[in-house]
Design a protein around this ligand. Structure first.
Ligand code: ADP
Ligand code: MG
Ligand code: ZN
Length: 494
């Protein structure tokens, strides 16, 4: 008998498929002209007969939404059909006024793509079964009315907003792979401008289908769909919880049932929501109010040609052409502001090497930005000036950091801050020599220690010289000069 404390993944292999819904970035809704800019708008102010599902209202297709899905399809190397069709997915729920959702069943806009992402165990590629276009539902708001009664209200502002659903094959095996897939997909969708894909704001909703099978066996086990994860961390935690829960059920000799479970962030566990519907329950049939959509190859070609550099290609370029470490390349590409600053700084001074610029952006800019309560702005040409000044020794690295911090908060130029603060570093040999003479005369104890073989004493002496020059001496030069000076004394046999 396996002990309950043993890792369930020793006995079982997890089989995971991910479904992502993301809201597309369009000005108007999927099948009507209502604005999608409803965040914070009073309830039910972004509605019309179409998105309220009133009888007789007719849908029209939002071309921009179709373009976003086709662009996403091209970015994941999927295939687009010659023509697509719309299908009605029928079910009853108060947030769905028509009693059906217009979706795509048999002919999605994108089929058989793939996405590669990094994991702690190396790169992993997952097949993407399909990406299709559909419409979002309204939002139910549960609360208490002025008389103290529990009420559920419906806000139709979101009803009919364009939604893309992206489904993977059940090829994912760990919670970490699932989280990394979702992160890479978010980055990709943002990079092509298809979606803001903010999980906390519900613009990107991740559902995980999880089942277990005994290691070494082929057939899939019964799957459970987990939803309501509001962050990447929650995706990973929910899947890990579900793997352990299912393993315990199987170990007890019981069977799992196909169901939909929700993730409770507070309790750190999944809970039953409903027994899963099957596609038969939805009675899909072709949408009679919309014609099939023919996809002109020239249109597809233009969309593909218009794709920007994708995250994976950018990481490869940073590593292979610019010589960055995989870590720096990933960090920069994952953060569009940082990547932009990095590229613009390199562009501002083409004598700068990519590596030190990446270090300043990753090490200093990101630290400043993440610590700041207000948005910080660093102008690329000013960062270039700072990196240059530190590199050619005219200011110290520590001062460079302070100049960057002040530039970021006040917007003042780097040269003006350097001058105002008197940061110009002393590289002038005579001034440094004079300071060294003074310090050696004042610190006979440390000098004697050094002569007695205590090499650490040099650090103290260099520190005193740096103090005497108010930190403006070049530390490397001082270190060398102090050693030379003491070695010369020793040579005289004094
Ligand atoms: P539905 O439309 O009912 O949600 P799909 O067949 O489209 O079902 O599958 C949804 C997701 O579940 C896909 O990502 C798929 O890879 C995944 N999946 C299918 N079977 C299993 C299984 N046995 N275990 C884990 N995931 C699975
Ligand atoms: Mg599903
Ligand atoms: Zn509308």
């Amino acid at each position: 008998m396996p002990s309950p404390a043993s890792d369930p993944l020793d006995r079982y292999e997890a089989v995971i498929g991910i479904e992502v819904h993301c809201q597309l970035r369009t000005a108007s809704k999927m099948f009507c002209g209502c604005s999608t800019d409803y965040d914070g708008a009073p309830p039910n102010t972004r509605t019309c007969p179409v998105c309220l599902g009133l009888p007789g209202a007719l849908p029209t297709i939002n071309a921009r939404a179709v373009e976003h899905v086709l662009a996403a399809g091209a970015a994941i190397e999927a295939t687009a059909p010659a023509a697509t069709r719309w299908d009605r997915k029928n079910y009853f729920y108060p947030d769905l006024p028509k009693g059906y959702q217009i979706s795509q069943y048999q002919l999605p806009l994108a089929s058989r793509g793939r996405l590669t992402f990094d994991t702690s165990a190396g790169p992993f590629t997952v097949t993407i079964t399909r990406a299709h276009l559909e419409e979002d539902t309204a939002k139910l708001v549960h609360g208490v009315d002025p008389a103290g009664r529990k009420v559920s209200l419906v806000d139709f502002n979101r009803s009919g907003a364009p939604l893309m659903e992206i489904v993977t094959e059940p090829e994912i095996r760990t919670a970490e792979q699932a989280r990394r897939y979702a992160e890479e997909l978010q980055l990709l969708l943002r990079s092509i401008g298809a979606s803001d894909a903010d999980m906390e704001r519900g613009q990107m909703r991740v559902e995980a289908n999880v089942s277990l099978r005994p290691r070494g066996t082929e057939p899939f086990g019964t799957r459970v769909e987990v939803k309501n994860m509001n962050s990447f961390r929650a995706v990973e935690r929910a899947i890990d919880f579900e793997i352990a829960r299912q393993a315990a059920v199987l170990d007890a000799g019981e069977t799992l049932i196909q169901e939909t479970r929700g993730w409770s962030e507070e309790r750190g566990e999944t809970y039953r929501m409903r027994i899963k519907e099957t596609s038969d329950d939805y009675r899909y049939f072709p949408e009679p109010d919309l014609p099939p959509l023919h996809l002109d190859p020239a249109w597809l070609g233009a969309i593909e040609a218009g794709l920007p550099e994708l995250p994976a290609a950018r990481r490869t370029r940073y590593r292979e052409q610019l010589g960055l470490s995989p870590y720096d390349a990933s960090l920069l590409v994952a953060d569009p502001d940082a990547a932009r600053l990095f590229e613009e700084t390199l562009g501002a001074d083409d004598s700068l090497d990519a590596k030190p610029v990446a270090n300043w952006v990753v090490g200093e800019y990101l630290r400043l930005r993440n610590a700041a309560s207000e948005p910080v702005t660093v102008v690329a040409s000013q960062l270039a000036a700072i990196v240059r000044a530190v590199q050619d020794g005219s200011i110290t690295r520590a001062h460079g950091r302070e100049v960057l911090a002040e530039h970021a908060s006040s917007g003042a130029s780097a040269p003006s801050i350097i001058t105002a603060r008197g940061y110009r570093q002393i590289s002038d040999g005579d001034a440094i020599d004079a300071a060294i003479e003074r310090v050696l005369a004042e610190q006979p104890g440390a000098v004697a220690d050094f002569r007695a073989g205590k090499d650490q004493a040099i650090g103290f002496l260099v520190g005193q010289v740096m103090r005497a020059t108010k930190g403006q001496a070049n530390a490397a030069l001082v270190q060398r000069a102090v050693r030379e000076r003491l070695a010369a004394d020793a040579g005289q046999g004094s």
